[in-house]
Write a protein that binds this ligand. Sequence first.
Ligand SMILES: Nc1ncnc2c1ncn2[C@@H]1O[C@H](COP(=O)(O)OP(=O)(O)OP(=O)(O)O)[C@@H](O)[C@H]1O
Length: 121
Amino acid sequence: MKKLIRGFGYAFKGIGYAMATQLNFRVHLVASLTAAVLGYALHVSTNEWIWIIFCMALVMSAELMNTAIEVLVDLVSPEYNKKAGHVKDVAAGAVLVTAIFALITGSIIFLPKIIALIHAA
Ligand SMILES: Nc1ncnc2c1ncn2[C@@H]1O[C@H](COP(=O)(O)OP(=O)(O)OP(=O)(O)O)[C@@H](O)[C@H]1O
């Protein structure tokens, strides 16, 4: 049990590290908070909440993996190395794919509701 709790502690330490060092992670957090506030204000359905929460988890876990890869690359290849650059670029590309997916999903959920609100005003 103690080991399990310690494991959670290390995981939160990792999230704290990403929050403190990665501007992108903080941007994703703000975007997630904005989506949550919009979801509440626009009364999204249970299904839509599931998609919104899925997007938040997907983008943030991709960013955490990207941070881990960046730290590992800096550790094993502190000097310039073409392959080290590729590793970082591909990891960043993975984050971008998830962010685009989240943006499209958010647009599908929120845009019709925002447009309807504007028309009703
Ligand atoms: N050791 C290296 N060798 C070759 N190219 C590198 C190396 N480190 C970084 N690069 C290149 O520079 C880009 C930016 O690297 P950097 O580590 O600054 O990433 P970042 O996403 O800006 O990270 P941070 O969140 O620390 O600002 C990489 O995507 C890669 O193309």
